[in-house]
Every structure is written in C-alpha cells, then in structure tokens.
Write a protein that binds this ligand. Structure first.
Ligand code: FAD
Length: 476
C-alpha cells in the first residue's frame, strides 16, 4: 500500500519501519502480538481526523492506542496486518485549567501522571490513580473507563469526565468539550464513547473534573478475620467518615506473603499474621490530627465488635507510602512467583463474602493444588480473584491448561451472584466472547446497533469488545 498520501495528510510522525513499529504491535504483558500497515502519530486532533479519513477511503481498520498498558488486548492490531495503529503519543497539550470551575482540559496522549502533576501544581487534585499511571494516557483511561484505588470517593474515569472531543469513524471532529456539570440536551454521546475501547471513535481531548487537594491523608492497615468482617468494617467506616473515606482495599495473607517474599523493601506491618487485611485511607480537609482521630474511632469500634484484631496507622508520608506499597505491589509479586490466572470481577458488595466462600470451595474441589491470590477494591465491589501455581511448583503447561476451566467456574459464579466479569479492565479480545456468553441477547443487539450506527463500515478497532452480530430474531 502506498503511504505517501497518508504521510502528506497530517502533521506528525508515521512509523512504517519494523523496528520502530514493534513496541506498538504487542501489549504490555506480551500476551498478544499483531501486525500493522503503519503506526500514525498525529500532532493534532485535525491530524487524527485526516488519518481516519484516509483509512476510511482505503478500507483500512483503525486501532487507537494510548500508553498501551491495557490488560485485555484492546490496543493490539490483528495478525492480518491490514490495520493502522493510531497512536495518541503526540497529543500532549494541556489546553486549559480552570481553578474556579475545577476543570482541566487535556489532549488524549497526556499521561495520567502528567495530568495529576499539573493539577497538583495548581493546588488541585485529579483523583484517578492506578499503578500504570506513568504510562497510561487520559484517552486510554476514558476509552477503558479506568478505575483504580480512589473510585470509592471520586468515581471512575466516566464520573470524572465532563466533556469530550472525538474523531468519529467518518473522520469528522466532534467538539463536545463542554465543562458543564448540567447539560440535558439529548443523548449522552460522551458516555457512549467512554468505555467503548476505541470501537466507536478516537478520543482526542477531554474536560475532566478537579477537586481540592486534601489537607491530610492517613492510611490504616487492619487485620480482619474474614471478608464478612471487612464488610462490617466498611459499613462502620462509611457511617463515621462519610466522603472522607477515599479508599477501602482488601487483601489476603497469601497476597501479603507474596509481597514479603518478592519485594525487597516490604516488611510485615503487624506483629501477627491474619487471614485477611484491609487497607483503608482517609483524605481529610481538616488536617492530620482530625483524620487520625476519625480513623482511630472507627478502628476502636471495629476492635470492640471483633471485626478487626489489630491495626497500624501511618504517622508520616513514608509510612503512608509503605503501607500502600504492600497493596500496590501484589500484581508484581504474583508475576514474580510464576504464571498467573487473573480475574477482574465486580459483584454487589454484600455478596462478596458468599462469592469468595463458594468459589474457594468449588476450586478446592476441582483444582485443590492452586493458590488463591485474592485482593481488590472492596469498597467498589471489585475483586482481583487470581490464582497461582502451588508453592511446591507445577509444570507451566499443566497450569496453563487449567485457565479455561477455571475461568468458566469463576465467571459462572460471578454471573450467578449478579456480578460482572470485567470491572475495570474492559473486554478487548480477552473477555469479548465470555462477556457475550453472559449478557442478555437484547443488550448485545443494542450494542451492535450502536456500533452499526456510529461505525457502519466496522473500521474502528474491529474485533474488540464485540464479537459476531446477534441475529435480530434472537429470543430476548
Ligand atoms: P491502551 O492500552 O493504549 O488502550 C486501551 C484501549 O483503549 C484499547 O482498546 C484502545 O484501542 C483504546 N484507546 C486508547 N486510547 C484511545 C483514544 N484516545 N481514543 C479511543 N480509544 C482509545 N486499569 C484500571 O482500570 N485500574 C487499575 O488499577 C489498573 N492497574 C493497572 C496496573 C498495571 C501495572 C497495568 C499495566 C495496567 C493497569 N490497568 C488498570 C489497565 C490500564 O492501565 C488501563 O486500562 C488504562 O486505562 C489504559 O490506558 P492506555 O493509555 O494504556 O490505553
């Protein structure tokens, strides 16, 4: 294919050399690798529109790509080599920051870390926070409706977005960059594009919400006897701390042991092991002493009620960070311990203890040797219900062969308890077909209808999120 017309159509970079393209053709975990005609990196939204128009004219599929940190294969092109990767790496401008309206307008390729830093320099907080924040981009965060550790207090990426600028599948630029907190003038197009994983259009910029910086943040690492006790602690913390409770994470002793084993700096924060732990965080406008007193009151009540057996509170920034590191390093530690089977699931919060009990029991019956590595954002009803080979070891092939039956068992249980098999990582290609297995046919048909209306030629990230169309006469 002659790329000269494309090269002339936009300002920016076009990579067509195999070595230069390579990092864009495989995902973060090197689970998927594809091929592409080229990688386009336009400098402006108008350039993105020009690239999409060229692709439409040539019948070439477009694979939008931000930081390429997604965990579901959504940003990797297919193996047929007939698509173009549209990277937002050069859409790097902060277009506006309004401290009174508490908004920031940023282009899609700005990394989450850059956005947080810019907000902080202006004395404001952009609260979306996740371990890939140094690399993942605002465009990718919106396209996947990313979550992370502060969702309990501030919401996920969708909740943080007021307006969007999007290049449609037609190659038109839609300026929906409205910084309005109230706007009831028709369909919520913004919300359609958020979470659509690049299958409806390319996000080129967004207006995002900012918040006051908290005066103090205090973390507590709490030993709890069971997930049910963790939920009782959550209820107590919510009643006492209200919106000052900014994170509520849970992890098992197995997770802590993995971190202690594989992360050099990690130290056990409490004298005695406990089957489960909670990491809770308070972000206070009143200062450190008020935050500490509020958290102590919650913990006292939990200790008295038997919902907690011990706790450590952070008394400095260094301690705050080291308590958080015990939670944030779990994925890395699990990876260092060998191959993994991972699930990113959401449940009605009150059903989490039942889910853990029933799924643990079913796995113990069918696959007794596997190690359960269970942690997650309990306050959001989001668990990472992961598995590792037994500590004594297991052949990699034998472990990998268990992935499909284990996924089925876990996801069937999630579905039976009214949950979702993808809480914050999207569907991509990883969970596309499994999601279709559990969704009602009418919901799948509505999604197909939206895709058909906005991208009739199926050129925007085809094969991601949605599988083959459901026949129209399928029973609801
Ligand atoms: P990419 O990986 O480049 O793309 C992801 C999807 O979005 C693809 O389908 C792509 O086509 C589409 N896309 C990207 N940019 C655009 C655009 N501008 N317009 C339209 N579509 C676009 N996720 C969480 O939610 N919570 C976590 O706690 C979390 N922790 C993580 C920790 C690690 C160590 C890693 C590696 C990942 C983690 N993730 C987490 C997953 C990942 O970081 C998020 O999904 C993130 O939002 C992806 O952003 P990105 O810029 O890397 O997108």
């Amino acid at each position: 294919m002659d790329l000269a017309d494309l090269r002339a159509a936009f300002a920016g970079r076009l990579l067509a050399d195999t070595d230069a393209m390579a990092p864009h053709l495989t995902d973060w975990r090197r689970k998927w690798t594809g091929r592409a005609i080229a990688v386009a990196q336009p400098d402006t939204a108008a350039g993105v529109a020009a690239v999409v128009r060229w692709c439409k004219a040539q019948g070439v599929a477009v694979v939008p790509q931000g930081g390429n940190t997604g965990l579901s294969g959504g940003a990797t092109p297919a193996a047929d080599g007939r698509s173009l990767v549209l990277s937002t790496a050069r859409l790097q401008r902060i277009r506006a920051l309004d401290p009174i309206g508490q908004t920031i307008t940023a282009e899609a390729g700005v990394t989450l870390q850059q956005l947080q830093d810019t907000a902080r320099e202006a004395g404001r907080l952009f609260p979306l926070s996740l371990a890939a924040q140094g690399t993942c981009t605002i465009g990718g965060n919106l396209a996947t409706n990313a979550g992370g550790v502060q969702v309990l207090r501030y919401g996920n990426a969708r909740d943080l977005c007021l307006g969007l600028e999007v290049v449609t599948a037609e190659g038109e630029l839609w300026d929906g960059l409205r910084p309005l907190r109230k706007d009831n003038t028709g369909y919520a197009l913004r919300d359609l594009f958020i979470g659509s994983e690049g299958t409806l259009g390319v996000v080129t910029a967004a207006v995002l919400k900012l918040f006051p910086l908290p005066a103090a943040q205090v973390a507590a690492f709490v030993a709890v006897p069971s997930p049910a006790a963790a939920l009782a602690l959550l209820a107590g913390a919510q009643a006492r701390l209200a919106s000052e409770l900014s994170a509520f994470e849970m992890l098992s002793e197995t997770c802590l042991q993995l971190v202690l084993q594989h992360v050099d700096a990690a130290r056990r924060p409490l004298a005695w092991p406990s089957p489960w732990y909670v990491l809770l965080e308070v972000s206070s406008a009143q200062g450190e002493q008020a935050a500490t007193e509020a958290i102590e009151a919650v913990l006292e009540a939990a200790l008295e009620a038997g919902h907690a057996s011990d706790a450590a509170l952070s008394a400095s920034l260094a301690q705050f960070r080291s308590l958080w590191a015990l939670r944030e390093d779990i994925s890395e530690a699990q990876g260092a311990a060998g191959p993994t089977i991972k699930h990113d699931i959401a449940l009605p919060i009150g059903r989490i203890p039942e889910f853990i009990e029933r799924t643990d029991a079913a796995l113990a019956q069918h696959h007794p040797a596997l190690r359960l590595v269970v942690f997650g954002h309990l306050g959001d009803g989001n668990l990472h219900y992961n598995l590792s080979p037994p500590a004594a070891g297991m052949a990699r092939e034998a472990f990998t062969a268990l992935e499909a039956p284990v996924n089925r068992l876990v996801h069937d249980m999630v579905h039976a308890l009214g949950g979702s098999i993808s809480a914050e990582h999207g569907l991509g290609v990883l969970r596309r077909d499994e999601s279709a297995r559990y969704k009602p046919a009418v919901e799948l048909r509505l999604m197909q209808a939206v895709k058909q209306a906005l991208d009739p030629l199926n050129l925007m990230n085809p094969g991601k999120l949605l599988g083959t169309p459901i026949p129209p006469n399928n029973a609801p």
